[in-house]
Design a protein around this ligand. Sequence first.
Ligand code: MG
Length: 264
Amino acid sequence: MKTLAAATLATALALALAGAASSQAMKPEDTEQWTPVPPIVTPGARLSEKPAAPPSDAIVLFDGRNLDQWVTTRDKSPAKWLVSGGVLVVSKVGGNIETKRRFRNYQLHLEWRVPKDVTGSGQARGNSGVFLASTGPGDAGYELQILDSYNNTTYVNGQAGSLYKQYPPLANAMRPPGDWQTYDVVWTAPTFAADGALKTPARVTAFHNGVLIQNDAVLSGETLYIGKPVYRPYADAPIKLQAHGDPSPPLSFRNIWVRELAAP
Ligand code: MG
């Protein structure tokens, strides 16, 4: 009888190979969706200069002071993004960062800001992202897209608030560059059987600036730039922020907290 770990590994390998085979002939454009364009919804009042306090049972991931809760994804060394004036600024050289803690099901709040002097267009204009579960190095995991989508056309399943290349947002609730934006997310992790087969898929509900943008969206697997999403078994995972390589000036983050949730 195979051990559980061996069975899981074998399944993961088979899935990865199947994913690679089905993705081989595909181009990035094959998984872009351009219509229908989500309606623009102007959100309510702008955020104040001082972030609001988190709920009493929240695990604070960034409160403006330091990056103690974060490591560099590629080598688990201390996170190298810049903390200045209570704000966390992406370092494209430093690369993706992720939480030291691992999570399963949770509610997440984070605030992000596209710089006022943002440049570029499409995916090269203020690109970042929050990986709701980081399942490996690089961009492995499940990405909720961060981008300047205020006046910037791109494929709709790649604009701000999209579950990248799977679901466009239900609305475009962007504030202009220079303003703080909020994401509030409910993440229900996928579950896997002992042999690594998918038992229940990942689900996402999300609000952008208080506007519902994902309503219990059921994911088909991990985010892929090329090819169709595939599930790979995992249990708990860090939350990861993306240092995208686009040449536009870097984004900022603040007020990041999470509340762990029981399985639904
Ligand atoms: Mg991104």
